[in-house]
Design a protein around this ligand. Structure first.
Ligand code: SF4
Ligand code: SF4
Length: 431
């Protein structure tokens, strides 16, 4: 910790060049720096390798944007996505950049509510609001975005988003039968064709093999970090681990994997020495449910401020993103897209029915992470996760797992009430 307050660095000239609402965005930048200083920099016992990820946040609206602009100058695309079903390997194979645009901030929600209904998921509103208000440099930098048909709020919003930025939509099946895989494989081929068309390039089997390896390595690094969190005392805070999982969606993948592995080396040393982020008797919580897009740190902050630690995220910004790898053995494009599709079909999002494999996965991760309770987190108005929560609760009751379910949005209004419920939950775990 230093006495200099943390700052998210300003880049007003570049933002103006991107057509952003600079005065308004600059206020958001300052606020993000203040929140990060309070929630992150103030933590005790942080691994020194977190410096890289702090720097990534400091340059979140500058350094990484410049790298993306450099990629565009070479005639390669920057593609925005909102879901872990979009195969980023294909974009990387074309020499492009894939960036997650899910919104995790209350700041852009009012922009969205000028046009979208209020009673839809805050993640969709936040993302749409970022573009409508011109207050996200990533949205300004992308050549096009690729949405999907996972939920109703998203699929109807794409029609409106298309008025602001070229928006393509990939159809995601709702079931996992043979015919669904056929449909999904066709969609993956179409996605590849679209990326090739925009780049004016043809993706070779070698290009795709290289990209599959790159993204597999990124996922493997995140798996390693997850395994290390199973130790007691846990060597890293849940907030820091969540931040890394969020940065995975916008950082350069080779560099990112190297930095995560570097951090894991340090965490291994900590484990050997018995050095933890907190004491070994700290209650260990696993969070399961909807994604927590940057800068949504609400639940982790509440749990860790209340004296517990988050040891796992069963979420798309979490293990659902990196638990499965692609078989690297495919030698032709058709074979590679086939095994790629197999891997993506294993994602257990609640938009599928039935989706009992997710319940099994939650129980597996609970055991592997040595957690002592599950906190199910659902974004407000996310019908599929909210309804699937019933099965998660039943499974936890059956297994005797301490369980708390919360539904929340990005506003600070429910913080007091959530704090009370989380504290009572931790008391139950402490016995
Ligand atoms: S929760 Fe479902 S819809 Fe949302 S990012 Fe994950 S897979 Fe996509
Ligand atoms: S959290 Fe639920 S409602 Fe929100 S975008 Fe994801 S699937 Fe849709």
């Amino acid at each position: 910790m230093t006495d200099t307050p943390f700052e998210v660095k300003p880049h007003p000239e570049m933002w103006a060049g991107l057509g952003m609402d600079v005065p308004r965005f600059d206020k958001a930048r300052q606020m993000l720096g203040e929140v990060y200083d309070k929630m992150y920099i103030s933590q005790a016992n942080r691994p020194t390798a977190m410096q890289y990820f702090d720097d990534m946040v400091s340059e979140i609206f500058g350094g990484r944007i410049k790298e993306m602009l450099a990629v565009k100058e070479k005639g390669k695309p920057v593609v925005g996505t909102f879901c872990v079903y979009i195969p980023e390997e294909v974009v990387v194979a074309a020499g492009g950049v894939c960036v997650g645009l899910c919104g995790g901030s209350q700041g852009s929600v009012p922009d969205a509510e000028k046009i979208l209904p209020r009673n839809i998921c805050p993640m969709v509103k936040s993302a749409y609001g970022f573009k409508a208000g011109r207050i996200c440099p990533y949205f300004q930098v992308v050549d096009f975005v690729y949405g999907e048909t996972t939920c109703d709020a998203k699929k109807k919003t794409w029609e409106l988003l298309d008025r602001l930025v070229p928006t393509h939509v990939m159809e995601i099946p709702q079931m996992k039968n043979k015919r669904d895989k056929t449909l999904w494989l066709e969609e993956v081929h179409e996605f590849k064709n679209k990326v090739e068309e925009v780049c004016g390039t043809t993706i070779s089997a070698d290009d795709l093999a290289g990209a599959i390896k790159v993204i597999n390595n990124k996922r493997k690094a995140l798996q390693r970090l997850t395994r290390l969190r199973a130790n007691s005392p846990v060597p890293i805070s849940g907030k820091d681990a969540l931040l890394i999982e969020q940065i995975a969606f916008y950082d350069e993948p080779v560099r990112f994997a190297g930095k995560v592995n570097g951090l894991c080396d340090e965490l291994e040393e900590r484990v050997k020495k018995g050095t933890g982020f907190c004491g070994g008797d700290t209650p260990r919580i696993m969070v399961s449910g909807t994604p927590m897009a940057l800068p949504n740190w609400k639940v982790h902050n509440l749990v860790e401020t209340a004296g517990a630690v988050v040891v796992n995220e069963e979420s798309c910004i979490g293990t659902r993103y990196f638990k499965d790898l692609i078989d690297e053995g495919g030698s032709t494009i058709d074979e590679q897209l086939d095994v790629l599709t197999d891997r993506y079909m294993q994602i257990d999002c609640s938009c599928f029915t039935p989706n009992d494999e997710r319940i099994d996965q939650i129980l597996r991760e609970y055991k592997k992470s040595n957690a002592q309770g599950i906190l199910h987190y659902s974004l407000q108005f996310c019908h599929t996760y909210n309804i699937e929560e019933i099965k998660v609760r039943e499974a936890c009751e059956k297994e005797g797992i301490p369980y708390l379910s919360i539904e929340s949005d990005y506003s600070p209004e429910d913080v007091g009430q959530l704090q009370t419920r989380i504290e009572a939950f931790l008391e139950q775990i402490r016995g």
